[in-house]
Design a protein around this ligand. Structure first.
Ligand SMILES: NC(=O)c1ccc[n+]([C@@H]2O[C@H](COP(=O)([O-])OP(=O)(O)OC[C@H]3O[C@@H](n4cnc5c(N)ncnc54)[C@H](O)[C@@H]3O)[C@@H](O)[C@H]2O)c1
Ligand SMILES: CC(C)[C@H](C(=O)O)[C@@H](O)C(=O)O
Ligand SMILES: [Mg+2]
Length: 355
């Protein structure tokens, strides 16, 4: 029996979570393992219900679970609330509270989706298989921030701050991951301008000495965002900060077809993990059965792999997704000519049947 906190959230969150749970139910019956789901309100729906993005007691409940599966939070309805009361605060509280400092975001281009990538054939034909390792509980998201009056006018600030130990632990995650992959780490920073990036670069170079078999290169974030569309095949593991990782992972998702395909795992020291698609609540398509549930379904697969050590079950899900794509099923975001257009629910059903 594995206890999972399930946080559907807002917008398309509940729609994609519903499909991921159907997939987990199928895994449960195939692999003879029980999942105990604890449903928790967080995000805009919790603000409506309780007046806060996530209640303290719910955060404590989450901490007692082995893993958390989250849809997405936020939406225009809550956009004008003060920063500390916005739905997105729930995410930061969860990530910080669970101390999941390593956010793994794999961007893999499936052969079947080469036409869904906006990049030219000659670029995608070299293949794309990138793991973005994003630091998740430091940097500008968590540094000192505020508003005050200076020289008679209002100013606002957020602070990018990283300690040696924070950089060391995330760098180790990237190098360890590279060992099992193509043995290359590209550390992305802005060391030509930011002091925090200069420390980042120094520490990453130091950690690299413990990994002589791994090739390390450093790249400025502006160049990295350009190189990602020019020649994505040059990247294996991208190691970067919270803010740069947020931005680069959305870019990485589009070059492999759609943000609706990208899963993520957020891990700390133990096996407890937070699993969520990298996309948001997609208010423009919410409630219309248009969302691609694959990112959330693949996040559930990552949960089985990293928190429950169920490699076979994780592979069964990943394989079921590949078969659905091979058979030509596509949600609207990845649809190309001559494929079979399906909605959120049907995509989930087909993936379940393929397990
Ligand atoms: N992890 C999270 O909970 C999370 C992540 C990102 C954004 N958000 C929040 O979501 C809200 C909307 O943000 P946004 O519009 O900038 O980003 P978004 O990721 O929600 O949407 C961006 C675009 O991608 C499309 N899209 C996203 N997911 C999709 C899917 N599964 N299938 C098909 N198309 C998909 C949307 O329709 C939209 O056109 C904001 O409140 C934001 O703060 C939450
Ligand atoms: C909603 C927001 C707080 C979040 C982030 O910036 O981390 C999202 O964009 C993501 O990528 O998970
Ligand atoms: Mg993001």
């Amino acid at each position: 029996m594995h206890r999972i906190a399930v946080i559907p959230g807002d917008g398309i969150g509940p729609e994609v979570i519903e499909q991921a749970l159907l997939v987990l139910d199928k895994i449960s019956s195939k692999f003879g393992i029980k999942f105990d789901y604890i449903f928790i309100d967080a995000g805009g729906c919790a603000i409506d219900k309780y007046g806060v993005p996530i209640r303290d007691e719910d955060l404590e409940l989450v901490k007692k679970c082995e893993a958390t599966l989250l849809g997405a939070v936020g939406g225009p309805k809550w956009d004008n609330l003060p920063g500390n009361l916005r739905p997105e605060q729930a995410l930061l509280k969860l990530r910080g509270g669970l101390k999941v400092y390593a956010n793994l975001r794999p961007a893999v281009l499936y052969d079947e989706l080469k036409d869904s990538s906006p990049l030219k054939r000659e670029i995608v034909s070299k293949g794309i298989d990138i793991l973005v390792v994003r630091e998740l509980i430091g940097g500008m998201y968590f540094g000192p921030k505020g508003r005050e009056i200076r020289n008679g006018e209002e100013v606002a600030y957020d602070t990018e701050i990283y300690s040696v130990s924070e950089i060391e632990r995330i760098a180790k995650v990237a190098f360890e991951a590279a060992k099992k992959r193509r043995k290359k780490v590209t550390s992305v920073d802005k060391a030509n301008i930011l002091e925090s990036s200069r420390l980042w670069r120094e520490v990453v170079s130091r950690v690299a000495k413990d990994y002589p078999d791994i090739e390390l290169n450093h790249m400025y974030v502006d160049n990295a965002s350009m190189q990602l569309v020019k020649d994505p095949s040059q990247f294996d593991v991208i190691l970067t900060s919270n803010m740069f990782g947020d931005i680069l992972s959305d870019e990485a998702s589009m070059i492999v077809g759609s943000i609706g395909m990208l899963a993520s795992a957020s891990l700390g020291e133990g096996s407890i993990g937070l699993y969520e698609p990298i996309h948001g609540t997609a208010p423009d398509i919410a409630g219309q059965d248009l969302a691609n549930p694959v990112a959330t379904i693949l996040s559930a697969a990552m949960m089985l792999r990293y928190s429950f050590n169920m490699e076979d079950a994780a592979k069964a899900i990943e394989n079921a997704v590949k078969i659905a794509l091979k058979e030509g099923y596509r949600t609207r975001d990845i649809y190309t000519e001559n494929c079979k257009l399906v909605g959120t629910k049907q995509m989930g059903k087909i993936i379940c049947e393929n397990i």
